[in-house]
Design a protein around this ligand. Structure first.
Ligand code: ATP
Ligand code: MG
Length: 573
C-alpha cells in the first residue's frame, strides 16, 4: 500500500475525551473515528488489526472444532421473552419496534437466537457435540461508554456456544475452548491471565475470564504467588484457616465521638487502628430488603459475594433516608446493637472480640463490643474484597498478589439455563428427550486490539506485536524527489510485496522529521529507511520499532532479511 493513496489521518494531539493510551493512540494513528458515544467507525488502518484479530480467532476456533455461522443483530422480543431476559436485562438491552409495532432488540449476546436454531435443527445425540460461533457486531447500551473500543456500545464480539448431551461433554467443550483461548491470546503476543470469575447475569455454573494485564484495566484480579490460583476480586474467595474463637474481655461502653464519622476518623480519635473497628453497612437488596453487613473496619464489601449469598440480582448501599429508617441515626453511626433488621457479618469478624461499633446515634460509638453477647449475627459468610497479602484460598503457603486487568475474553459453563427455558432437547440413544447442556464463550475483538496497545506502546506511539500490526513493514522514502531514492524504494516495495509481506510505502513528499514521527506513532514493527547517504553505499537502515534496535542492511538483501524477520515474529507467538 502506498501512503499517498491510503487514508491514514494521523493527529498531533490527543483528543480531549480520550482518557487511556489505547484510545488516544487509536485516534491519533487514524485507526478509528467516533460517530457517537461508544460508536466508532473502523478506519482502514484500524480495520486491518481488527481483521487480523478475527483471523487468529477463526483459525484457533476452527482448530478446536467450532463451526462459524452468523446471526442477526435484530432479535425478536419473542425469543427473549421465552428465556425471561426481556424483563431481566436492564437498559443495556436496546429495544425498538418495527413498522408493525412488533418488539425487537439489538443483540447484546446471542444465547436466545442460537438456542432457537439448535432446538429446531438438532434432534439427535448423534449430531452432538456441537459448537457454533460467530464474529458479529453487538449492541449494549452501556451506561458509561468510554476508552474508545474498550467499552463501546456497538462493538465486535466473537461469541461461541457449545451444546452437549451431558455435563461431562459440556466440561470437555469448556476445556477445549479454554485451551483455544490460551492459544489465541498467546498468538496475539499478549501477557494475560485466565482467572476464575463470577458467572454474573448470564448465569451458569462456572466461568473464567481472560485478562490482559495492564495498569489501566477496569478489573482487579488476584493471583497466588505460590500456586496456579488466580481470580477476579469479584470472585476471589477468602478462608480463615486458623481463626481462634475469640473471648470477650472488655465491657461494652458508650463513647462520645464528636464529629467523627469515617472509620479512619473514629479510629484516630480512639487511638486505635481501623482494623480494631467493625463497620456496619446498611444495604438494600434488589428485593428491597434492608440489612446490616458487618466488616472489619479496614475492609471493603464485595457486593457480588453478598448478592450471590442472598440470591438476589444486586445490592446497593442504602441512602441516607433508609439508613435513618434502619438505625435511627444519620449515615456514619450505624452499628449492630439494638437493630431491628437482619445482621450478617463477614467471616473475618468471627475472629474478632472487644471491637468498636457505631452507636446508632449522632456522635456515638461503642467500645468493647462482642457478637453473641451484645448483638446477634444471623450468618457469617465470605463477604469482603480480597487484597494483596491475603492468604491463598487454595494452597497452604501462598499469598495473593494483585493486578489490574482488561477482560478480553470470557468462558462460561452455562448448564441448562437457556435450554431448559427454551425447551431445547435431543433424543439420546435410548430415544429419551434430554435437555442440552450449554457453554458460551466470548472475546471482545476491538477490546483485545485496544488492550494490546495498552500493553505495547511508548511515549512516541504504539508498538502492536507483529500478529496484530496493521502492516508488517514500513518502507520510508526519505526524499522522494531524489530519483535514486525513489527507484530503490519502489524496488524494495515490490520485492516485499512479492514475498507477501504486508508493506506500507511512505512515498509522501514530507520532511523526514514528520515521516519518522508518524512512523513511530503508527508503530509498524519493522521500518526500512531509504536515504541518499546510505544508498550511496548500497545500504538501507532497518529499525525495530519496539526495541529501537537499528542496523544497516545491504539493499539487495533487505527484502529477504525483513521477510524472514516477519515470518519469525509470527511463528514466535
Ligand atoms: P464487562 O464486564 O467488561 O462489561 P461483560 O462481562 O459484560 O464485560 P461478556 O458478556 O462476558 O462481557 O462479553 C464477552 C466479551 O465481550 C468480554 O470479555 C469483552 O472482551 C467484550 N465486551 C463486553 N462488553 C464490551 C463493550 N462494551 N465494548 C467492547 N467489548 C466488550
Ligand atoms: Mg464477562
Amino acid at each position: 500500500m502506498r501512503y499517498t493513496q491510503y487514508l491514514l489521518p494521523t493527529l498531533k494531539e490527543n483528543p480531549a475525551d480520550a482518557e487511556v493510551v489505547s484510545h488516544q493512540l487509536m485516534m491519533r494513528a487514524g485507526m478509528i473515528r467516533k460517530v457517537a458515544a461508544g460508536i466508532y467507525s473502523y478506519m482502514p488502518f484500524g480495520l486491518r488489526s481488527i481483521r487480523k484479530m478475527e483471523e487468529i480467532i477463526r483459525e484457533e476456533l476452527d482448530r478446536a472444532g467450532a463451526i462459524e455461522c452468523l446471526m442477526p443483530m435484530a432479535n425478536p422480543a419473542e425469543l427473549w421473552q421465552e428465556s425471561g431476559r426481556w424483563e431481566k436485562y436492564g437498559k443495556e438491552l436496546l429495544r425498538f419496534k418495527d413498522r408493525k409495532a412488533t418488539d425487537f432488540c439489538m443483540g447484546p449476546t446471542h444465547e436466545e437466537v442460537i438456542t432457537d436454531i439448535v432446538r429446531n435443527t438438532v434432534k439427535s445425540y448423534r449430531q452432538l457435540p456441537l459448537n457454533l460461533y460467530q464474529i458479529q457486531t453487538k449492541f449494549r447500551d452501556e451506561i458509561r461508554p468510554r476508552f474508545g473500543l474498550m467499552r463501546g456500545r456497538e462493538f465486535i464480539m466473537k461469541d461461541a456456544y457449545s451444546f452437549d448431551l451431558d455435563n461431562e461433554g459440556a466440561d470437555k467443550a469448556y476445556d477445549k475452548m479454554y485451551q483455544a483461548y490460551r492459544r489465541i491470546f498467546q498468538r496475539c503476543g499478549l501477557k494475560f491471565r485466565a482467572v476464575e470469575a463470577d458467572s454474573g447475569a448470564i448465569g451458569g455454573a462456572f466461568s473464567h475470564e481472560f485478562m490482559v494485564l495492564a495498569e489501566s484495566g477496569e478489573d482487579a484480579i488476584v493471583s497466588c504467588d505460590a500456586c496456579e490460583y488466580a481470580a477476579n476480586v469479584e470472585k476471589a474467595e477468602l478462608i480463615y484457616r486458623d481463626q481462634q474463637a475469640p473471648t470477650a474481655s472488655a465491657e461494652l461502653q458508650k463513647v462520645e465521638t464528636p464529629e467523627q464519622k469515617s472509620i479512619e476518623a473514629v479510629a484516630a480519635f480512639l487511638k486505635l487502628e481501623p482494623s480494631q473497628l467493625v463497620k456496619t453497612l446498611i444495604v438494600q437488596t434488589s428485593e428491597e430488603e434492608l440489612l446490616a453487613v458487618l466488616l472489619r473496619g479496614d475492609r471493603d464489601l464485595n457486593e457480588i459475594k453478598l448478592a450471590n449469598l442472598l440470591d438476589v440480582d444486586g445490592v446497593l448501599l442504602a441512602d441516607d433516608e433508609l439508613v435513618k429508617k434502619a438505625t435511627g441515626a444519620p449515615t456514619g453511626f450505624a452499628g449492630p446493637i439494638g437493630l431491628a433488621i437482619r445482621v450478617i457479618a463477614d467471616s473475618e469478624v468471627k475472629g474478632m472480640a472487644d471491637f468498636v461499633v457505631g452507636g446508632n446515634a449522632v456522635d456515638l460509638h461503642y467500645t468493647g463490643a462482642n457478637y453473641g453477647r451484645d448483638f446477634a449475627v444471623s450468618q457469617f459468610a465470605d463477604l469482603r474484597q480480597a487484597v494483596a497479602g491475603d492468604p491463598c484460598p487454595r494452597c497452604d503457603c501462598g499469598q495473593l498478589e494483585s493486578w489490574r486487568g482488561i477482560e478480553v475474553g470470557h468462558v462460561f459453563k452455562l448448564g441448562t439455563k437457556y435450554s431448559e427455558a427454551m425447551n431445547a432437547t435431543v433424543l439420546d440413544d435410548s430415544g429419551k428427550a434430554r435437555t442440552l447442556v450449554m457453554g458460551c464463550y466470548g472475546i471482545g475483538v476491538g477490546r483485545t486490539v485496544a488492550a494490546a496497545i495498552e500493553q505495547n506502546h511508548d511515549e512516541h506511539g504504539m508498538m502492536l506485536p507483529m500478529p496484530l500490526a496493521p502492516f508488517q513493514v514500513l518502507v520510508s522514502m526519505v526524499n522522494p524527489k531524489d530519483d535514486a531514492v525513489r527507484e530503490a524504494s519502489e524496488k524494495l516495495y515490490q520485492q516485499l510485496l512479492d514475498l507477501d509481506v504486508e508493506v506500507l510505502l511512505d512515498d509522501r513528499d514530507e520532511r523526514p522529521g514528520i515521516k519518522f514521527k508518524d512512523a513511530d506513532l503508527i508503530g509498524i514493527p519493522l521500518r526500512l529507511t531509504v536515504g541518499s547517504r546510505n544508498l550511496k553505499e548500497s545500504r538501507v537502515e532497518l529499525k525495530h520499532r519496539a526495541s529501537g534496535e537499528m542496523n544497516l542492511l545491504p539493499i539487495d538483501e533487505a527484502a529477504g532479511t525483513v521477510g524472514q524477520l516477519v515470518a519469525e515474529a509470527l511463528d514466535a507467538h
